[in-house]
Design a protein around this ligand. Sequence first.
Ligand SMILES: C[S@@+](CC[C@H](N)C(=O)[O-])C[C@H]1O[C@@H](n2cnc3c(N)ncnc32)[C@H](O)[C@@H]1O
Length: 186
Amino acid sequence: MRSRKYLDTYMKDSKNTLFLGIPIAQWHADLWLWEKFFSTHRIKSLIEFGTGSGGLSLFFLLQSMQHHFKFNSFDIARPAALDEPIGKVLNLKSHFTQGDIMVKLHNVIVELITKSQHPILLYCDNGNKPLEVKTYTTYLLKDDFVAVHDWGVEFTRKNVPISLELIPFREVTVIDSYTRWMRKTK
Ligand SMILES: C[S@@+](CC[C@H](N)C(=O)[O-])C[C@H]1O[C@@H](n2cnc3c(N)ncnc32)[C@H](O)[C@@H]1O
């Protein structure tokens, strides 16, 4: 927990946690874990719930270009990154949908999951993580992935649906990350 305490303090200054100049609600060490994930697991689609300012979405969008997967991000609010030079150059707008993922966009998301190529990775960093994971995991297939943020705070082991298993990821425990990756087993 020592690393969490240090990194939480570091993150309190939002100028410290940027990607390409755009805020990210992550520790930078998590980007290293995401690098490992993308180079280990070949996904075809990534769906992000909770764009925030859009810094992490830019990171995901660049990864999608390198690793050849489709990327879509959802948020009820408009992310600042859309209006920044890097957001415009990468055309983040065409990967973003604005709306409430639990109400207005429910059918849109189910259709996206149904039509997307698998394996899909669903990344939940939104308002109610246990509910999002529970709701949308049911539409995933065996060997799809779910990742969740705020592990140990907003989402704990008891929130892991029975159809998911945690991926043993040594580095996650080394930095005591807030992110956990899971695989659908049935
Ligand atoms: C913690 S921020 C996401 C941070 C981002 N993933 C990052 O790492 O920089 C959570 C986001 O969830 C969005 N949100 C909360 N409830 C939502 C809902 N029901 N539908 C869509 N977006 C929602 C908020 O607007 C907020 O931008």
